[in-house]
Write a protein that binds this ligand. Sequence first.
Ligand code: SF4
Ligand code: SF4
Ligand code: SF4
Length: 163
Amino acid sequence: MFDRSRRNLLSRRRTPTLQRLPWVVDEDTFVDSCTRCNKCISACETQIIVKGDGGFPTVDFTRGECTFCTRCADVCPEPLFHPTTEQPWGIRAQINPSCLAQHKIECRSCGDVCEVQAIRFKLQAGGVATPELDADVCNGCGACLSVCPASAISMFTTEREEK
Ligand code: SF4
Ligand code: SF4
Ligand code: SF4
């Protein structure tokens, strides 16, 4: 499995317009070489890979999470993936102001599904516990996104400082 340590952590944030597959090469190479054969779509164990713009595969976290099973990378006939021993991607989750707990409505759905415990709840005086997300621990699996009843979680990309 890939190294989930903080070693590869990343600095600059921007909101992605689309999310490609884990371990995938840069966007230009991907669009040049992906044949849109759909093998990765069929292979994905959580069915989160969909046909995006131009028929190119894209991850849709509203459908579920990436389990890092590596099936997409294993099945692809083209040289489009980095070794799956590397960190899969630089994306991380972020919690936006529409979070119910931040509006004093009890909810811990995101924390309940986060396997790596990147989301911790902190009790507020006179209020309900609010979530704090540690981006250094988050691996970008996306599990928290689809379970949020307020659609308050989004993903952002980071830029690698080192490989
Ligand atoms: S690693 Fe597995 S779960 Fe994640 S996108 Fe690829 S096939 Fe789907
Ligand atoms: S399996 Fe590879 S070539 Fe085929 S659609 Fe997926 S990424 Fe593109
Ligand atoms: S994206 Fe995955 S690892 Fe990151 S906070 Fe959400 S559930 Fe946890």
